[in-house]
Ligand binder design. Structure first.
Ligand SMILES: C[S@@+](CC[C@H](N)C(=O)[O-])C[C@H]1O[C@@H](n2cnc3c(N)ncnc32)[C@H](O)[C@@H]1O
Length: 351
């Protein structure tokens, strides 16, 4: 495939690994919470054919439009929604799209957004300090850079960018306000840190921090992960690809906590939390791109994939089976293993 420089493209990351972790099956029902350019969505639709269905979500209306064009060939097997995945559960209910066999999050931003001349995500292109995923959001990077008190700005750069020189960067920004665009901001950070010959650009961490703050990325992720578990059918899969340690830590801790029956502090003599596991970890070790993928698509280098499978504890089994038994038509097909579900149902009826 030849790609001209003028047409931005997004190469989906860890596609085969994501499809395998989702265990995509013909006729399955999946949610892609981060449509982007539609690369993962297309692969899911391809593998779930015939009969597969996909609900795709993206906060960015431009991404939804790009994905819509890309997925046109799959006809009405996909339903695309312009919304924030923090509303995942409401979206699933509104479109009567649950339970599902798999949910994918491919976090962060796409190359289409990074390479856009107007969105302000890149420190290599002159653009207004915007960085919003959706034009409906009110807070922009400009508001943060040009109005936040110095100490708040420093904390933000430190916490969301893991930038050791956050105080000096914040001081410089405040001294030089107003900062008019991305290139001006990148230059100020360079003046504090110095230009490196090798490794990442000095402004990388500051830009990451601003983007995370503008889009409340960590808060949205935490809230959406909890909702995702509730939308998954029995043995449904949750797959998350993250690109920096802050989001990966959230995913790792969430999956670990949800895969334990008790989350009391280790010093507690007996369990008082009553927590029941809702997930089983699929890959104990995080999955990263191969050397070949990184060579072909250097932007994939920081990707980390984690996956878990929905399990149903005893209390939930009874609730589910009660629901199934009280409905006239037992539609167990939406669960990954209807035969097993039917066995549980038989046992419940016999008890
Ligand atoms: C890495 S890209 C996804 C690329 C996609 N998997 C593909 O194959 O083309 C991440 C996408 O997630 C979207 N996104 C990030 N946070 C979001 C959120 N909280 N709600 C909805 N979409 C979000 C971004 O707008 C972006 O388009």
């Amino acid at each position: 495939m030849s790609v001209t420089m003028s047409v931005p493209v997004h190469f989906p990351v860890l596609v085969e690994e994501a499809i395998k972790a989702l265990d995509v099956q013909p006729g399955g029902r999946y949610i892609d919470c981060t449509l982007g350019g539609g690369g993962h969505a297309a692969a899911i639709l391809e593998r779930s054919s015939p009969g597969g269905q996909l609900l795709g979500i993206d906060a960015d209306p431009e991404a939804v439009q790009t994905a819509r064009e890309r997925l046109e060939a799959y006809g009405d097997s996909s339903l695309l929604v312009n919304d924030n995945f923090v509303n995942l559960q409401a979206i699933g209910y509104r479109h009567d799209f649950l339970p599902v066999h798999g949910i994918l999050f491919d976090l962060g931003l796409s190359s289409l957004q990074l390479d856009s001349v107007s969105r302000g995500f890149s420190f290599q292109r002159k653009a207004p300090l915007d960085m919003r995923f959706s034009p409906d959001q009110t807070l922009t990077a400009d508001d943060i850079v040009n109005t936040y008190p110095e100490s708040e700005l420093a904390d933000l750069i430190r916490n969301y960018g893991e930038e050791g020189r956050s105080r000096r960067i914040a001081r410089k920004i405040v001294q030089e306000r107003p900062v008019k665009n991305t290139l001006e901001l990148a230059r100020l950070v360079e003046q504090v840190i110095g230009i490196r010959k090798k490794g990442i650009h000095p402004a990388t961490k500051t830009f990451q921090a601003l983007r995370i703050a503008v889009n409340q990325e960590l808060e949205c992720l935490e809230l959406a992960l909890k909702q995702a578990v509730d939308l998954l059918g029995f043995e449904g899969r949750l797959v998350v690809i993250s690109y920096h340690s802050l989001e990966d830590r959230i995913v790792k801790q969430f999956m670990q906590r949800e895969s334990r029956d008790c989350i009391c502090p280790p010093e507690a003599p007996t369990c008082v939390c009553g927590h029941k596991a809702s997930l089983r970890l699929i890959n104990k070790k995080v999955i990263t791109p191969s050397a070949v993928e990184v060579q072909v698509n250097p932007r994939s280098r920081s990707a980390r994939l984690r996956a878990a499978e929905r399990i149903i504890n005893e209390d939930e089994q009874y609730r589910v089976i009660e629901g199934l038994c009280s409905s006239t038509e037992v539609n167990a097909n939406v669960w990954r293993r209807p035969t097993l579900l039917n066995k549980i149902r038989q046992a419940y009826l016999a008890a």
